[in-house]
Design a protein. Structure first.
Length: 155
């Protein structure tokens, strides 16, 4: 969460101040663990990691928009994905254990969803690079076969 949580009150009717009950907490945690929960969520514009603000959306866009990322770029993307996955687990622990208002819990859940989306985007960079490399290799093999066939025909 970008700001400190609101002090919650057990019997409040207002979701800004009412404490999250155990049933609501379990429901929110269940949603986080449902398949493809983060689909359609936005990657946060900025996110603070280890005291440093990162322009997360721009960083991810620059990683995924490269046609042929280098090994170093793929490793950097996967490193960021691993660090963001750690943040997801920490935020999930906050949701599980902190005394939060209903609104703060929903805000935290949205933050987790955005981070999960960022992790997914970054992890797919490697898949796309593997697919691209595989396709280039198959294209070269097909070119070689055509040349061999051509050479046999002219002999």
């Amino acid at each position: 969460m970008t700001q400190s949580p609101t002090i919650c009150v057990e019997d409040s009717a207002d979701t800004k101040t009412r404490c999250l009950n155990q049933r609501e907490r379990e429901r929110l945690l269940g949603r986080i663990h449902s398949a493809l929960y983060w689909v359609g969520e936005f990657v946060p514009d900025e996110y603070e990691i280890d005291g440093r603000k990162i322009k997360l959306r721009d960083t991810i866009y620059s990683f995924i928009s490269k046609d042929d990322p280098t090994e170093e770029e793929v490793e950097a993307a996967l490193g960021l994905a691993n660090r963001l996955q750690k943040e997801v687990r920490e935020r999930e622990d906050d949701l599980r254990h902190m005394n939060l208002s209903v609104d703060d819990a929903k805000e935290l859940m949205d933050e987790v969803a955005g981070l999960m989306r960022a992790v997914d985007e970054l992890r797919h960079i490697e898949d796309e690079k593997v697919d691209y490399t595989k396709q280039r290799l198959l294209d070269r093999i097909n070119d070689e076969r055509r040349w061999l066939k051509f050479v046999k025909e002219i002999k």
